[in-house]
Every structure is written in structure tokens, then in C-alpha cells.
Design a protein around this ligand. Structure first.
Ligand SMILES: NC(=O)c1ccc[n+]([C@@H]2O[C@H](COP(=O)([O-])OP(=O)(O)OC[C@H]3O[C@@H](n4cnc5c(N)ncnc54)[C@H](O)[C@@H]3O)[C@@H](O)[C@H]2O)c1
Length: 323
């Protein structure tokens, strides 16, 4: 069985491809035998079963060529991330919105009803939700984004739902929490600091936190997110019912609690490498995201959350040792 992964060179895409080929996903009882990555960059997964197509997902011809007779699913992870989509409106619209619609159209033209997994974000929510509701944001609360990235993801979610309702695809929309700890270098996501304030101090480097210490964040480890994406892909579509959008499980942790966990895990000297320098532009984006979501439906469907933030740091350090 063949799966297409857009953004297969990215942080999550490469990990998802690895998990797909490690046999973690069976679709209708069959294992994944080949994967096509479509990304501007080459896919780093070294495996003969991976075809790495370097190109723009906004190119419909490229997408058509990638879909084969044995294709059963498309995992759509390629995106222009939050701060970049805010800085370059046209690029964000072209990649995050127009290309998503183009991809859905290509799936619609496929003879089979393909599974379509879409990586959305809690950026679809607007400011003040957690504070207004003073409780986790319920699934029924609709999107009211306050960033171009959030708007593009929200429209993408609605399109996947409508294409599913029409029977054009078998869609699954996962609203991902902020993922920490992301290895490597900072990226252009507004939430990039959430990884930096753990990763850099552990590597002996200084890090800057641009938001208030009391800001609650909705977080997940890469391990939990990839396991949840695989689960979303393999679930029978009917179990999701009419509404194909899920808030993937995360945990609510304030920046101060993250740093306390860092100190518990690595000592006060490591924790002292983080200094606070408020950045109004980053704060405006990140503080508009809810710090907690109601995940009763995803938990009942078998999705899982990390135990706590200490476990997230431990998993990062274990993965760093083995990679
Ligand atoms: N990491 C997070 O915390 C997080 C949180 C919420 C949602 N998401 C979503 O999850 C998905 C994956 O995130 P990630 O952290 O792996 O991001 P990433 O930036 O590591 O990967 C995205 C990939 O998309 C590719 N890409 C961008 N524009 C492209 C284009 N025009 N054509 C082809 N490829 C293109 C990039 O080259 C990159 O490899 C994204 O859709 C993102 O919006 C991530």
C-alpha cells in the first residue's frame, strides 16, 4: 500500500514516514509498502521504500504524478509555519490554502476514496478563549483565528470536512498542540521558543523566552504526536462520525512550570541559561492560542497524551542520545 506524505522532509513528516515504514500503521489490515514524500527539500529518511519528490505542493501536475493505483492515503503536513505565514501573506495563502485545495482536488479525481490526514493547529482558535471560558476549550467551539496561518488552517479543516461529507475523501483533521522538544535549530514558528528554552540550555547555550512566564501552553512531545497521527490515519473513518476534526491530546504547562521541570531534570545552572526578553509580535500570536482543549472525544477514541512535562524532557534526552 502506498502513502503520500507532503512535507516529508520536515520535522514531523520525516518522523511520520519512519513510523509508517516501521509497520506502525496498517490500513484496512495491510502494511504500508511504499511512501512518496513531496517537499521542497529531499526526504532525509534513508529507505529504499521512500521516493523523495522535490517540488512545490502547489504544482498540480506533481501531485497527480505522485498518486498511484496503490495509493490509499495522503498525509498533508507541508506548510508555511506561523510566523512566516504572518510575514508573507501571499506565500502562506498559496501554500497553506491554495495547495491544500489543489491536493484535495487531486484526491477527489483518484478512483479510490483516499484517506486524507491534515495537520492543523490550535492556531485556528482566537485570543482570550481559555480566559473567557476558564476551562479547556470544548470541541464544539468554532475557529476564530487571529493570524493568517490560523485562518489558512481553519479553512483547510472545513474543506477536509466538506470533501469528506461529499465522499470525495475519507478525511481526518488533527489539530496539533505545540510540539516540544523539537531538536535542531529554531524555526520560523512563533512557538519556536518553547523548544529553545529547553533544548539550548541542555546543550550548554543561552536561550531567550519572549513571552510571560505565566503563559499556559498546550504541549505534546514529538513521540506522542507521531503516535497520534498514525492512530488518526488507521482509525476507521466511521468512528469519527460526521465531524472529522480532532483536538489531538496535549498537556497544559506554563512557561514557569517548564523551567521548573528543566531544573528538576538538569539542575539550576542549566535553568539559569534562560532569560526573559518580551517580544510583542511573538506574544500576540502565541498568547492568542488556548492553553488547554477538551480532549474527551480523542481520548475515548484511543489517542494519548504525554504523562507530564518531565516525561517530555526525559524522552527528548533519550532520543537525542540515540539519534
Ligand atoms: N511542530 C508543531 O509544533 C506544529 C504545531 C501545530 C501544527 N503543525 C503542523 O504540522 C505540520 C508539520 O509541521 P513541522 O513541524 O514538521 O514543520 P516543518 O517546517 O518542519 O515541515 C514543513 C515542511 O513543509 C515543506 N514545505 C513548505 N512549503 C512547501 C511547498 N510549497 N511545497 C512542498 N513542501 C513545502 C517544508 O520544506 C518543510 O519540510 C505543518 O502543517 C504544521 O503547520 C506543527
Amino acid at each position: 500500500m502506498h502513502v503520500v506524505v507532503t512535507g516529508g522532509a520536515g520535522f514531523l513528516g520525516a518522523r511520520l514516514i519512519h513510523a509508517l515504514l516501521a509497520g506502525e500503521a496498517t490500513l484496512d489490515g495491510e502494511a504500508v509498502t511504499r511512501v512518496t514524500s513531496i517537499d521542497l527539500a529531499p526526504c532525509p529518511v534513508e529507505d529504499a521504500r521512500v521516493e523523495s519528490v522535490a517540488g512545490d505542493i502547489a504544482d498540480p501536475a506533481l501531485i497527480r504524478r505522485a498518486l498511484g493505483e496503490d495509493t490509499v492515503a495522503v498525509c498533508h503536513l507541508a506548510a508555511v509555519v506561523s510566523a512566516q505565514a504572518e510575514a508573507d501573506f501571499d506565500l502562506g495563502m498559496r501554500v497553506n490554502l491554495d495547495a491544500t485545495r489543489g491536493l484535495l482536488e487531486a484526491c477527489r479525481a483518484h478512483p479510490k476514496r483516499l484517506r486524507f490526514l491534515f495537520a492543523s493547529s490550535l492556531a485556528v482558535f482566537g485570543p482570550g478563549l481559555s480566559q473567557e471560558l476558564s476551562q479547556p476549550v470544548a470541541e464544539a467551539v468554532g475557529p476564530r483565528p487571529r493570524s493568517s496561518y490560523g485562518a489558512q488552517k481553519a479553512i483547510g479543516e472545513l474543506l477536509v470536512n466538506d470533501y469528506s461529507r461529499r465522499g470525495f475523501v475519507d478525511g481526518r483533521v488533527c489539530r496539533l498542540p505545540t510540539i516540544v522538544v523539537r531538536p535542531g535549530k529554531p524555526n520560523q514558528a512563533a512557538s519556536s521558543f518553547a523548544s529553545s528554552i529547553i533544548r539550548e540550555p541542555l546543550a550548554g547555550l543561552d536561550a531567550v523566552c519572549p513571552v510571560d512566564a505565566q503563559l499556559p501552553l498546550w504541549l505534546s512531545s514529538p513521540r506522542a504526536v507521531v503516535a497520534n497521527l498514525i492512530h488518526a490515519l488507521t482509525l476507521p473513518g466511521e468512528s469519527l462520525g460526521d465531524w472529522r476534526t480532532l483536538n489531538l491530546p496535549g498537556i497544559t504547562v506554563t512557561v514557569a512550570e517548564m523551567l521548573e521541570a528543566l531544573e528538576r531534570q538538569a539542575g539550576s545552572e542549566v535553568r539559569s541559561r534562560v532569560r526573559f526578553e518580551p517580544d510583542a509580535a511573538i506574544d500576540a500570536i502565541v498568547a492568542s492560542w488556548p492553553g488547554g482543549l477538551d480532549i474527551s472525544r480523542p481520548l475515548a477514541l484511543g489517542f494519548r497524551a504525554d504523562a507530564d512535562f518531565d516525561a517530555i524532557i526525559r524522552a527528548y534526552r533519550e532520543d537525542a542520545l540515540t539519534s
